[in-house]
Design a protein. Structure first.
Length: 123
């Protein structure tokens, strides 16, 4: 019972993280305003596309089971960068999605470790 609950919670969390990063990377590539916003923050257009590509790669990495933990760690790193950007540019209302993604990623990594203990019979 517990094993199934943990497994399904991991799948739902992974789906949320992946979909949010796919959405974010697609807005970077398809919405023209991002280039101007990155310029306001002091970042180049090259960095904008770099972030979009990394977000797309991380979305796939999080969804694929063998690379899931590495992908989630990458999400945490990207979201810490987003937090830094918003806080240093006096945009405190923009931090909530980053905080949510950080906590969801940490929780998912914790659940993956918990599931391994269940699978190994430790719990």
């Amino acid at each position: 019972m517990l094993k199934g609950f943990v497994h399904h919670t991991i799948i739902i969390s992974v789906a949320i993280v992946s979909m949010m990063f796919i959405y974010s990377s697609m807005t970077i590539f398809l919405m023209p305003g991002w280039s101007d916003q990155f310029a306001v923050w002091g970042y180049s257009q090259t960095f904008l596309y770099f972030v979009g590509i990394i977000e797309l790669i991380l979305a796939v990495a999080v969804f694929a089971k063998p690379t899931r933990i590495y992908g989630l760690l990458g999400v945490i790193i990207i979201m810490i960068g987003a937090l830094y950007t918003h806080l240093t540019n006096d945009q405190p209302d923009e931090i909530y999605a980053s905080i949510f993604m950080i906590f969801l990623s940490i929780s998912t990594i914790t659940l993956i470790g918990f599931k391994k203990k269940i699978d190994n019979g430790v719990i």
